[in-house]
Design a protein around this ligand. Structure first.
Ligand code: IMP
Ligand code: MG
Length: 187
């Protein structure tokens, strides 16, 4: 059982941007929208891990249409809060996307480079349709033109952790989305 007070690293947060209750409500809303839009389609959900792991797990349980799940791993963050290189797909999907209605699920849309690259790849492999669903959107940070079809929350230009999002691979288990105290970003 998790401690009733939550993980001790909650104390590293300077402030909370999105509470667990708000996340839960919004994911239920996204589920209603997706169940409507994909009512007559067999969908293939592709989660971009590790960041999308927790969001995808909760979102999938709101979806009522038949679906298949695959994951791919992209990497661009090797140095704290800075993307140090162009996104690379380091672990490919296992399922064949040809003719499939693919829903890409990611934790956050930031510069847009990751989702633009992954959406391009999935299209080039012959998917029938490609849409994207992100929990968080930092619209002010875009470096390539890219908008998601489904967005949980628009957030300001701050580096956030929790609910799957990490800083140097930590904090993914926090139940909320928040901003760390500056001393914890320092390393
Ligand atoms: P992109 O810049 O849109 O390509 O986003 C690449 C990836 O960077 C996202 O999928 C996240 O995993 C990660 N990322 C971007 N912003 C944040 C943040 O504020 N906190 C944690 N991870 C982030
Ligand atoms: Mg990611």
């Amino acid at each position: 059982m998790p401690s009733p007070k939550g993980p001790p690293e909650l104390k590293h947060l300077d402030h909370v941007l999105v509470t667990p209750a708000a996340i839960k409500r919004r994911i239920a809303g996204l589920g209603v929208q997706l169940n409507h839009d994909y009512a007559s389609k067999d969908m293939m959900v592709v989660a971009i891990v590790n960041g999308a792991l927790i969001f995808a797990a909760d979102l999938l349980r709101q979806l009522s249409s038949p679906l298949r799940l695959d994951c791919l791993r992209a990497s661009s963050y090797h140095d704290g809060t800075k993307a140090t290189h162009e996104p690379r797909i380091v672990d490919q999907m296992k399922l064949d996307v040809r003719g499939q209605h693919v829903l890409l699920v990611d934790d956050i849309l930031d510069t847009g480079k990751t989702l633009a690259a992954v959406a391009g790849l999935v299209r080039s492999k012959g998917a029938a349709s490609v849409r994207t669903c992100v929990l968080l959107d930092k619209k002010g940070r875009r470096q390539v033109p890219f908008e998601a079809d489904y967005v949980g929350f628009d957030i300001p230009n701050e580096f956030v952790v929790g609910y799957g999002l990490d800083f140097n691979e930590r904090y993914r288990n926090l139940p909320c989305i928040g901003v760390l105290k500056p001393k914890y970003y320092a390393g």
